[in-house]
Design a protein around this ligand. Structure first.
Ligand code: FES
Length: 231
């Protein structure tokens, strides 16, 4: 029996169809005493399914799965995101050992980039052996892949290793549920059949409110989106 390739296909004005037995779990943004985002806290792991459909309209009563509510609520899931490679949408921040690329349009406001003065300042000190790992960890914790660190010597992206997996982000500090974090280079295919650029870290909208669909643009914080779990 041949295994189905791993992929996420967007249904027009409907859910995300996940194929290829991709693990699904919940992770929460953990904060320190100062209220800074500093760690991912692992949560519920869903039973493995070969194929499943994830809600992206925000109206399902069986989150994270689609229950057909998108049809009743007249969900407009039009994909408005740019199809350009992320580097063409990014601003570059230079440093001695590392440079950063920053594509603000993908920001999911997870806030891991802010502690220690922010990655944009730390990159200027990227030849400091104490600062470099802190900088890299903050960049790697950016679920959206808005931020990418590049080795100046090799010109290669310095990326964390992820098994292909999907994480539902919870953000209790902001009293909301966050986007769908797609990790490990899983192909995301538009409703028109066109694949998006494959990236190691991507966040897809699950509240239905993004203006940059299928990607998250942090509007879940404005709409105070709360996923209603399947019981
Ligand atoms: S996409 Fe189907 S219920 Fe939300």
């Amino acid at each position: 029996m041949t295994e189905t390739a791993q992929s996420i296909t967007i249904v027009k004005n409907g859910p995300l169809i996940v194929r290829g037995s991709i693990p699904l779990s919940v992770q929460t943004i953990g904060v320190n005493d100062e209220g800074e985002a500093v760690k991912w806290i692992e949560g519920k792991q869903y039973p493995l399914q070969a194929v499943y459909s994830l809600c992206r309209c925000g109206q399902s009563k069986k989150h994270p799965f689609c229950d057909g509510s998108h049809a009743k609520c007249g969900f407009d899931g039009t994909e408005t995101a740019e199809r350009l490679p992320i580097v063409e949408l990014s601003k570059t921040y230079d440093g001695p050992d590392i440079y950063l690329t920053d594509a603000k349009c993908y920001c999911a406001l997870a806030r891991f980039c802010d502690p220690h003065g922010g990655v944009w300042n730390m990159v200027k000190l990227s030849d400091d052996p104490e600062i470099r790992p802190v900088l890299l960890q903050e960049v790697w914790d950016c679920p959206a892949g808005r931020l990418v660190a590049w080795d100046k010597k090799t010109g290669e992206a310095i990326e964390p290793k992820f098994e292909p997996s999907i994480v539902l982000i919870e953000d209790p500090q902001k009293h909301c549920s966050g986007p769908i974090w797609v990790r490990g280079g899983i192909p995301v295919i538009s409703a028109d059949g066109t694949p998006y650029e494959i990236r190691n870290r991507v966040t897809l909208c699950r509240c239905g409110a993004s203006h940059n669909k299928p990607f998250c643009d942090a509007r879940h914080l404005l709409t105070h989106f709360k996923a209603t779990e399947d019981k």
